[in-house]
Design a protein. Structure first.
Length: 256
């Protein structure tokens, strides 16, 4: 009887082995994504999971911080940046898997105020932005490296407003932090993406910056060279598919 039991247990262990391997093969990929993608990327991950795939794990931050994590060897599978230059840097260092980089989303840049604010300002060259700030500061993602802040500096510079406000900034680590300062009323005005303003009912759009005032706001995605996760490429392909892009359009993004 004991011999039969031992043989049965061994057989069960052999049958279980492929299941363990399959589970390991289907480990959820880790996606490093720009902070502005929080709602849309989570919705895309849910849609992918509904197809029977493990739901991707997503870490959101400023694109600059994520790129530096990748350069430092962060064990991630996919990177989605809010601009092309940070992806260029990783590609130049051969940290992307060749042939997987695709630019698939677009966005707009807007000036926002708290919902209760009565501030009115027309976005134009020489606009009195400094005066509109009163004694407050302009909430922006850090122009030293964060894409939303870089776009903001470009726009204010081309509109001949930068010099009047560059000492009146409240620079923060990512665009969602800039949104939060305005949402909480800690800053009278801020510059964020159009999709960020749409995601927070506590702010209102004062005006949209002309697309000619800044570089095109472009979101590329790429598989990281160090990725070993077979699910990662499938999710990347889903993101850039018609079905995947439709998810992002629901949140106000433009698609390419």
């Amino acid at each position: 009887m004991r011999k039969v039991l031992v043989l049965l247990m061994a057989a069960l262990a052999m049958l279980a082995a492929p299941v363990v391997v399959a589970a390991r093969d289907k480990q959820a990929p880790l996606v490093l994504a720009a902070a502005s993608l929080q709602e849309s990327m989570n919705a895309a991950a849910d849609a992918w999971s509904a197809k029977g795939h493990p739901r991707p794990r997503i870490s959101f931050a400023g694109s600059s911080a994520l790129a530096r994590q990748i350069e430092a060897g962060a064990p991630a599978d996919l990177f989605v940046s809010a601009d092309e230059p940070w992806m260029d840097e990783l590609e130049g260092k051969k940290l992307l898997k060749a042939g997987t980089r695709v630019s698939f989303l677009r966005n707009t840049l807007v000036l926002i105020a708290p919902r209760s604010s009565t501030t009115k300002l027309t976005i134009r060259p020489g606009m009195p932005l400094a005066k509109a700030l009163g004694s407050g500061r302009l909430s922006v993602a850090d122009p030293a490296g964060v894409p939303a802040g870089i776009y903001a500096q470009q726009a204010l510079t081309r509109l001949d407003v930068w010099n009047s406000v560059k000492t009146r900034l409240a620079p923060v680590e990512n665009v969602r932090a800039a949104l939060a300062l305005v949402s909480r009323g800690a800053a009278p005005l801020g510059i964020v993406y159009g999709t960020d303003a749409r995601a927070d009912p506590s702010v209102r759009v004062v005006g949209m910056f002309p697309q000619t005032s800044h570089d095109p706001i472009s979101y590329p995605v790429a598989l990281l060279a160090a990725s070993k996760n077979p699910e990662a490429e499938g999710f990347r392909r889903f993101l850039i598919s018609g079905e995947g892009k439709a998810v992002f359009r629901r949140f106000g993004f433009g698609t390419k």
